[in-house]
Design a protein around this ligand. Structure first.
Ligand code: ATP
Length: 240
């Protein structure tokens, strides 16, 4: 279970996370907010990609400052641009690279890779050049390459942003069916249907925390008020 305690972070003196404290206990958690509100930075603190300037991030009680390697094994991360995550020439090799150094034998790696490719509809593309896959298949490959390492928690930073509607649905369905805890950052608000909890971020703070419908209403209201130049809430509003 990830937990942020009084986390503040700045890039080049510009504060992008402001004293954020939250315990992420639910199985399906969404994180929404305007561009630049701090979602990706918060997400990156969860596996130690970003170490906060102050405060701490714990995953199952372990501080990301002190246990970075172990936490990276537990917390898988998927980005929006799958192309940047392709590291190897073929689909199977790309999935297998995550298991390098795992101590598994070549046969075990082969079996795990085969299983994950079958599960995610990529078995027929096993030996194909990864860069020739469609956008949707590349995103599925990125997901498979993380899932093969069997993380306990999956953080997905806008995994459907570059996809067409069909592939958005395919990725949504895949995420819904995973046994892992999923923390999903998205601008596709429909993707959050059925989620247990949705956080809304604004200017480095969590400004709403509640059920998906209420969170989406809050967020769309906030954006409408902003477009109108009307006042904005800055404090956490109770969502449940
Ligand atoms: N590595 C970095 N160096 C400097 N500034 C950064 C860095 N990463 C993010 N920022 C800045 O921090 C602010 C918050 O960015 P962040 O990516 O966390 O927001 P976000 O809510 O995920 O945005 P988006 O929806 O556009 O992805 C932005 O103004 C961004 O430009």
């Amino acid at each position: 279970m990830p937990q942020l305690e009084n986390v503040t972070h700045a890039y080049d003196g510009r504060v992008v996370l402001r004293d954020v404290s939250v315990r992420l206990t639910e199985r399906r958690i969404g994180l929404i907010g305007a561009n630049g509100s701090g979602k990706s930075t918060l997400a990156r603190t969860l596996n130690g990609l970003v170490v906060p300037d102050s405060g701490r991030v714990l995953v199952d009680g372990r501080d990301t400052r002190k246990h970075a390697r172990e936490i990276r094994r537990r917390v898988g991360f998927v980005f929006s641009d799958a192309t940047t995550q392709i590291l190897m020439p073929t689909v199977a090799e790309d999935v297998a690279i995550g298991l390098r150094g795992s101590g598994l034998s070549a046969a075990e790696i082969d079996a795990r890779v085969g299983a994950v490719l079958r599960r995610h509809g990529l078995a027929d593309h096993r030996d194909h050049p990864a860069h020739l896959l469609s956008g949707g298949q590349k995103q599925m490959l990125a997901l498979a390459s993380v899932l093969v390492t069997e993380p306990e928690i999956l953080v997905c930073d806008e995994p459907t942003t570059l996809l067409d509607l069909h592939n958005v649905k395919v990725i949504e369905q895949t995420l819904r069916g995973l046994p892992q805890q999923v923390i999903l950052l998205t601008h596709h608000l429909d993707s959050l249907t059925g989620f247990d909890r949705v956080l809304v971020m604004d200017d480095g703070r969590i400004v709403f925390d509640g059920a998906p419908g209420a969170a989406v209403d809050f967020y769309t209201g906030l954006m409408a008020r902003r477009a109108d130049g009307r006042g904005e809430p800055t404090a956490l509003e109770p969502g449940r």
